[in-house]
Design a binder for this molecule. Structure first.
Ligand SMILES: Nc1ncnc2c1ncn2[C@@H]1O[C@H](COP(=O)(O)OP(=O)(O)OP(=O)(O)O)[C@@H](O)[C@H]1O
Ligand SMILES: [Mg+2]
Length: 238
């Protein structure tokens, strides 16, 4: 295992006084898409929030580059190279598209910010001409591009996307797929949480399924593509 592997080990999370994630182990590698699947209430979003530093961790560790990330504040997690796109493409709706990207670029030295924003425009070309539009006026698909773009501005080593295609038409989702491939090809490790399991398995190298706060399946994505019944079992545990 190289230093740049993201290792989640024995992660336990409590919400509202109740343990909702019970000792989860996940390994994600740079340049690969790792799918995290599972039914409603499995604990996927709780895991994402804990990774981001927005939910406290009750037990376990998250390490990246030998650095312990759990227990750190969201800004420290982001600075260490882990960016998350929470559920529901949350952009700053009353600000322009460009200002949304500028706000996210503030973690970078001033002289690097314009180039970082240009890289996002290179990835999501349809955002470039929309710079002066209010983010709230964009389509759902464009808002998701912007949300992913905001996470990417600071060139993270890992990108965690919660429910990438939620609420988006299939045709829009297909426009996001090539961008996701390019992000991984550039060396970023992606953890993709997706309701369209087939789409996630097509993109991913490795796949995990959670149910009731535990990992119940872990296999190469190709294996699960060929044996969908293994996932169906996980979904029946919900
Ligand atoms: N704000 C909250 N306070 C307390 N418990 C919560 C809260 N949000 C979620 N939970 C509980 O945590 C558990 C895991 O939920 P979580 O949202 O992490 O699952 P999920 O896998 O993301 O589901 P979905 O596919 O519906 O997004 C569930 O039992 C849920 O009821
Ligand atoms: Mg969720």
């Amino acid at each position: 295992m190289t230093d740049t592997t993201l290792v989640i080990s024995g992660l336990t999370i409590e919400r509202g006084g109740r343990e909702v994630v019970h000792g989860v182990d996940v390994v994600a590698r740079p340049g690969e898409i790792t799918a995290l699947l599972g039914p409603n209430g499995a604990g996927k979003s709780s895991l994402v929030l804990a990774l981001a530093g927005t939910l406290p961790v009750k037990g376990g560790t998250v390490t990246l580059d030998g650095l312990e990330l759990s227990g750190r504040k969201p800004t420290a997690v982001r600075a260490a190279g882990l960016a998350t796109v929470p559920e529901g493409h949350r952009v700053l709706k009353d600000m322009t598209v460009l200002d949304n990207l500028r706000v996210s670029s503030f973690l970078l030295p001033a002289r690097e910010r314009d180039a970082a924003i240009a890289r996002v425009h290179g990835l999501f070309e349809e955002l470039a001409p929309l710079g002066e539009r209010l983010a709230g006026s964009l389509s759902g698909g464009q808002q998701q591009m912007l949300a992913i773009g905001q996470a990417l501005v600071v060139q993270p080593k890992y990108l965690v996307i919660d429910e990438m295609s939620l609420g988006l038409a299939p045709i829009i989702v297909r426009r996001l797929v090539p961008a996701l491939r390019r992000i991984a090809e550039a060396g970023v490790g992606v953890i993709l949480i997706e309701q369209f399991t087939q789409l996630a398995l097509d993109l991913a190298t490795d796949a995990y399924a959670m149910a009731q706060g535990r990992i119940v399946v872990h296999a190469p994505a190709a294996e699960l593509r060929d044996a969908p019944e293994r996932l169906e079992q996980a979904y029946r545990l919900a």
